[in-house]
Ligand binder design. Structure first.
Ligand code: ATP
Ligand code: MG
Length: 372
C-alpha cells in the first residue's frame, strides 16, 4: 500500500559512524539507476549518538514518519556501546518490533573470479527475527552448588510458519531473477531449493516445532487442490545446524535458500559473511509482509569512520534488495550487475578488499557502471 504520492518515499536513517558515509552512496545510486522509480527521501533521526544528545535512540517522530509517510526504509549502522548504558536500547531491535519486520534476509554472494568459481557462494539466509533465545527471558538463582542461570527459548507455530512461507517466496523470487538474467546469477543449483536448518534430533520439542511448521508450508502447498502448487518447482531439504556450518564452509555452493530460527540464523549468517571477503559487501533486508527496510550487515566501524574508507557496497546492495522486495526487480538487477562489474574489474576497491580506493571513488565507479 503506497503511502506517498507519485514518488516512492523512503525513510533514511544513516544513524552512526560509517552509516553516515555509506547510506548517502546508496541514496545516490537509487536516484541514478536507469529504470528505477522516482524516489523521495526523508532523513530520519536514530542511533547511539542521537541518544547521547537527546536521550532517545529512536525518536517517536521517526517511527511515526516511517509508519505513516514512508513506503520503505534504509538503515545505516548503529554503534553498540560496549558496556550497559542506562536507558539505551538498540533502535534496530525496536524498529523490527514496531514495523513487524519478522524476517532478516541476507544474501551472501562471492566475488566472481576471486575464488574457485565452482565453489562460488551465492546463498540467501532467511533468519527468523522475533523469537527463539532472543526473547531475552533469563533468570538466575543461587543454589548450594552456586549460581544457575536459565534462558527461555520460544518457538511458535505462527512465527515458524510465516518465516517458512517467506523462505519459499524468497526461493521463487531468486528463481525468477535467475531466469531474467538469462542464466544464473549463481554458479549454484539451477533449481530453487530451501534448506531447513534446525537441531531437532536433540531439541525435539522446540526445533521439532520449527521443522514441522516450515515443512508443513511446503507439504500443504504440494497437496493444494487444482493443479501444481505454488512451490512445485522448489525443492526442500534439511540440515542439522552443526553440520550446516561444516558444509557451509566446505561446500557453500550446495545451498540456495537457508531458513533458520533466530539464534542459528544469526550465527550462520555472520559465518557465511566471512566466506566472501569483507563485511563491507554483505547486504540485508528486514522484511515484514508489507514493509521492508534495507540494512548493510556491518556495524558502525568506529575504527575507520570519517575517513572516506568505508566500503559502500553493502549499503548499495541493500538498496537494490529493498528495490527488489518492493517489487522492482529490473532496476535492482542493474545495481547488482554494476556492483559485480566493479568488483570483478577490481580497480576501485576499498581497503577492506585490499584496494586503495576511497568510498567516493568506489561509489563513482558503480554509478559509471550503471550508466548513470
Ligand atoms: P559496532 O559496535 O558498530 O558493531 P564494530 O567495531 O563491531 O562496531 P563492525 O562495523 O561490525 O564494527 O566492523 C568490524 C570490522 O569490519 C571493523 O574493523 C570495520 O572497520 C570493518 N568493516 C565493517 N564494515 C566495513 C565497511 N563497510 N567497509 C570497510 N570495513 C568495514
Ligand atoms: Mg559489530
Amino acid at each position: 500500500v503506497r503511502k506517498a504520492g507519485s514518488a516512492i518515499r523512503l525513510g533514511m536513517m544513516p544513524a552512526d559512524g560509517i552509516g553516515r558515509e555509506v547510506l548517502p552512496c546508496a541514496q545516490r545510486v537509487l536516484q541514478n539507476t536507469p529504470g528505477a522509480p522516482k524516489f523521495e527521501f526523508l532523513q530520519l533521526a536514530a542511533g547511539f549518538e542521537h541518544f547521547q544528545k537527546t536521550g532517545s535512540a529512536l525518536p517517536d517522530e521517526t517511527i511515526r514518519a516511517l509508519k505513516e509517510e514512508c513506503d520503505g526504509a534504509m538503515f545505516g549502522s548503529v554503534s553498540s556501546p560496549s558496556h550497559k548504558v542506562e536507558g539505551y536500547s538498540s533502535p534496530i531491535v525496536r524498529l523490527r518490533k514496531e514495523l513487524d519486520l519478522y524476517a532478516n534476509i541476507r544474501p551472501v554472494i562471492g566475488v566472481r573470479g576471486t575464488k574457485d568459481d565452482e565453489k562460488w557462494v551465492d546463498t540467501v539466509i532467511v533468519r527468523e527475527n522475533t523469537e527463539c533465545l532472543y526473547v531475552k527471558s533469563e533468570t538466575s538463582e543461587s543454589t548450594p552448588e552456586g549460581q544457575v542461570a536459565r534462558a527461555i527459548r520460544q518457538i511458535s507455530e505462527k512465527a515458524s510458519t510465516r518465516i517458512g512461507r517467506k523462505a519459499f517466496e524468497v526461493a521463487l523470487a531468486r528463481q525468477s531473477m535467475r531466469e531474467k538474467t538469462g542464466a544464473t546469477t549463481s554458479g549454484n543449483a539451477a533449481t530453487a531449493k530451501v534448506t531447513v536448518c534446525h537441531k531437532s534430533n536433540v531439541l525435539s520439542v522446540t526445533d521439532g516445532l520449527f521443522r514441522t511448521s516450515v515443512r508443513a508450508v511446503y507439504e500443504k502447498d504440494a497437496r493444494s487442490a487444482g493443479g501444481p502448487g505454488r512451490y512445485a518447482n522448489v525443492t526442500m531439504d534439511e540440515q542439522l545446524v552443526d553440520s550446516m556450518v561444516y558444509r557451509l564452509f566446505r561446500e557453500p555452493h550446495v545451498f540456495d535458500v537457508v531458513v533458520a530460527p533466530n539464534l542459528y540464523g544469526d550465527i550462520i549468517s555472520d559465518g557465511a559473511a566471512a566466506l566472501v571477503g569483507s563485511l563491507g559487501v554483505v547486504a540485508s533486508v528486514n522484511a515484514g509482509d508489507t514493509f521492508f527496510m534495507g540494512e548493510p550487515v556491518h556495524g558502525s566501524a568506529p575504527d575507520i569512520a570519517g575517513q572516506n574508507k568505508a566500503n559502500p557496497i553493502a549499503s548499495i546492495r541493500s538498496a537494490a534488495l529493498l528495490l527488489e522486495y518492493m517489487g522492482y526487480p529490473e532496476p535492482a538487477l542493474k545495481i547488482y550487475k554494476a556492483v559485480d562489474d566493479v568488483l570483478r574489474e577490481g580497480k576501485y576497491l576499498t581497503p577492506d578488499l585490499h584496494g586503495s580506493a576511497t568510498t567516493t571513488q568506489c561509489e563513482e565507479a558503480i554509478l559509471k557502471a550503471l550508466g548513470a
